[in-house]
Write a protein of this length. Structure first.
Length: 243
């Protein structure tokens, strides 16, 4: 069975449409038109068109496309910024909030028409009025993990040694070193994003497909068969050889 996956989008609708075009060509060339496409999360923040990304994905799923979309930590940040005023994400270090320049939430709020970015409470009130309920509901309903048998898709990674049914949402959305430094086999190949790299990279037990679209890099689309993976390029498939 072939499965496609797309890395962290971060509000770049143009890049998302371009990699969907690459997938469409690969599907046609390899007679796998019904193969699922999994989006690894971080749909919003930092890029110029988070509303367009959410609308594009919602519309595609509504018309019956075989797309699945995970929640990323940035998606939860937007959702809870609006819905839970007193909440502070434990993944953010002290002194950071959704409006901090390092987070990228300002770009998302501006793309929805929010102007009061100098004040958290005013920005939240504007966002509550301007962000469509359909976008918030879409984010809230995203799964945190997708198990495809040979591959397991999560946004950030897994807590090593913890059974899948006991993994915390915080780790699935935020974990880094305890997962990234662990070389043990997890059973399925863990396909994730969250930790930006210059390019997608296969580590035998995991595959990181966040190729830094948030910072001016490309958006990666890969196709997987069991534990093998290929990066999709305009010239065709390029195998990602395990490091």
């Amino acid at each position: 069975m072939q499965v496609y996956a797309i890395g962290d989008i971060h509000g770049h609708l143009d890049l998302l449409q371009a990699v969907h075009d690459l997938i469409a060509r690969d599907r046609a060339a390899n007679a796998c038109m019904d193969a699922p496409i999994i989006h690894i999360g971080d749909l919003v923040d930092r890029g110029p068109d988070s509303p367009g990304v959410l609308r594009y994905l919602r519309d595609g799923i509504a018309r019956g496309e075989n797309w699945q979309v995970l929640m990323g930590n940035h998606d939860r940040l937007l959702l809870n910024f609006i819905r839970m005023p007193e909440w502070h994400d434990p993944g953010l270090r002290s002194g950071l909030d959704y409006l901090h320049p390092a987070i990228g939430g300002r770009a998302t709020l501006q793309s929805y028409g929010v102007t009061a970015l100098h004040d958290v409470d005013m920005a939240r009130a504007e966002a509550a009025a301007l962000v469509p309920q359909a976008d918030l509901d879409f984010i809230a309903s995203r799964p945190r993990m997708i198990d495809m048998g040979a591959q397991l898709f999560v946004h950030a990674g897994l807590r090593p040694g913890v059974p899948l049914d006991q993994q915390s949402e915080h780790d699935l959305l935020w974990i880094r070193d305890p997962f990234l430094l662990d070389r043990r086999d997890h059973g399925p190949l863990v396909v994730h994003g969250h930790t930006a790299l210059p390019r997608a990279c296969h580590y035998r037990n995991r595959l990181n497909i966040d190729s830094s679209a948030a910072y001016g890099g490309p958006l990666s689309a890969v196709v997987l068969e069991e534990r093998k993976a290929w990066l999709l390029t305009p010239q065709g498939r390029a195998e990602l050889v395990p490091a």
